[in-house]
Design a protein around this ligand. Sequence first.
Ligand SMILES: Cc1cc2nc3c(=O)[nH]c(=O)nc-3n(C[C@H](O)[C@H](O)[C@H](O)COP(=O)(O)O)c2cc1C
Length: 196
Amino acid sequence: MFDTLDAVLADAATHLTRAARDRKSPMHVPVVGTADGDLRMMVLRSCDQAIGLLRFHTDARSTKTATIGGNGMASVLAFDLEAKIQLRLRGTARIETTGAIADAAWAAASPYARRCYLAVGAPGSPADQPGSGLPTEVEGIRPSEEQLLPARENFAVLLIEPHSLDWLYLAHDGHRRAQFTRGEPGQDWQGTWVIP
Ligand SMILES: Cc1cc2nc3c(=O)[nH]c(=O)nc-3n(C[C@H](O)[C@H](O)[C@H](O)COP(=O)(O)O)c2cc1C
């Protein structure tokens, strides 16, 4: 079934595009790595069919945001237990807090999702007691559009343009592995089989 590199690439694209739109997909929450060696799970919000751009949402005040900045590197790791497929991607990464992509993502997010960005302190900053960091008036409720206004400036999108993709399929009769690279975003992926 995975006899050609084209089939493998199509499989990777199917997994990632489905992961972005289906919260039950095993790849919906991949691990995202940054150049400082840190890792964290993040919800994959979108991925196009060409695997040209992956979008995640985060707090503009978070540690990863500072690490990545406007021009960083990031990796993405995802595994589908049932399909026995592991995907590893590496690429350039950037944080955007303004612009069309961030505005559209903010507009499409639910009030509950947007509420997270009302937290009074930056993620990871010290707290006197356990708690969400949200102002008490919005905790446990669906906030109004007016209450959500100050949250917008804390919202950011993390955009990753992958330039390498490692696909691994685990199978009883022999694993399969392929690697793909591309020079510039928008160029075609070039693939090769490798020993698993
Ligand atoms: C299932 C799950 C989903 C998560 N989704 C996100 C997400 O979409 N965006 C995000 O910024 N953090 C998300 N987190 C929290 C991150 O893993 C991480 O703890 C947080 O972003 C702080 O990371 P940082 O210190 O590297 O900035 C998620 C955590 C879990 C367990």
